[in-house]
Design a protein around this ligand. Structure first.
Ligand SMILES: C[S@@+](CC[C@H](N)C(=O)[O-])C[C@H]1O[C@@H](n2cnc3c(N)ncnc32)[C@H](O)[C@@H]1O
Length: 248
């Protein structure tokens, strides 16, 4: 059974990084091209999640997808698993509509909601066995990221697991150096985009992305109270994005 909830009262101006959302509310198709071309390495990260889920959950479990986008990673990861219910939160209607198409025939319960991930996590204590968040927490400032990780730990059931993938910088690298290092290199990586699409995306990245170093993600996980925090994947080549696994 699939439910898609749009919330007419959503006031996007009240979320923590409202301007970062424009790209996904109005230009969803640009990001979708990157996902379809696997230029954000969803396939490799999804494979790691499949392995983690397979070895941890031999009984029904609840999966929460924060800022779910089109839910394509979760769809791939959960196929053949014991998942009982999937919940995806996002504030982009085109993304949620794409997610509804992706999830329409799955054999588990699906709830898709137009909801702020920060509010959403605080209102779901002790509710999920597995939480995934792809490329969405880096718009927050460091103290907000730390609060988000603490809230995510609170939303996990005992022995629950959180995995996120995020842009990362080198230790000590400031945003000016980060954006300088990436502007040309990223154009070579995002081959699926036209020049106009790339310029639009670069405007979003250079304005709204606030990457942290991998060691800072691990430290934030420890400070949030997770029993273990570790890096599980790094994009090939020079440092751009990485994925982290946190155990409650
Ligand atoms: C880079 S996309 C990632 C989508 C998906 N997680 C993935 O890995 O492909 C960022 C997503 O975060 C969503 N988003 C940004 N801020 C949000 C917020 N405060 N609450 C819920 N969703 C948010 C955007 O609408 C967009 O779908």
């Amino acid at each position: 059974m699939l439910h898609l909830h749009f919330n007419p009262d959503t006031d996007v101006s009240k979320v923590l990084a409202p301007d970062a959302l424009d790209m996904f509310q109005f230009e969803w198709k640009i990001y979708q091209k990157l996902v379809r071309a696997n230029e954000m390495h969803h396939r490799e990260i999804g494979q790691l999640l499949r392995v983690e889920i397979g070895r941890r959950f031999d009984r029904p479990f609840a999966f929460l997808d924060l800022a779910c986008g089109d839910a394509s990673l979760a769809h791939m990861v959960l196929e053949g698993s014991k998942v009982a219910n999937y919940e995806g939160l996002d504030l982009s209607r085109p993304a949620l509509q794409a997610a509804a198409k992706v999830m329409k025939d799955v054999p588990y319960d699906v709830e898709l909601a137009e909801e702020d991930m920060v509010e959403g996590i605080l209102s779901r204590p002790d509710s999920a066995n597995f939480i995934w968040c792809g490329y969405s927490i880096h718009h927050l400032q460091p103290a907000q990221k730390q609060e988000m990780l603490t809230a995510i730990r609170g939303a996990l059931k005992p022995s629950g697991v959180f995995v996120c993938a995020e842009p990362v910088c080198l230790a000590g690298e400031d945003r000016a150096n980060y954006t300088h290092r990436w502007q040309t290199e990223l154009r070579h990586r995002f081959r699926s985009l036209t020049d106009a699409e790339y310029d639009h995306l670069w405007q979003h990245i250079s304005t709204h992305d606030f990457p942290e170093a991998p060691e800072d993600w691990v430290a934030m996980g420890k400070a949030a109270g997770f029993s273990s925090s570790r890096e599980i994947y790094r994009f090939p080549g020079d440092l751009f994005c990485a994925a982290f696994l946190f155990e409650k």
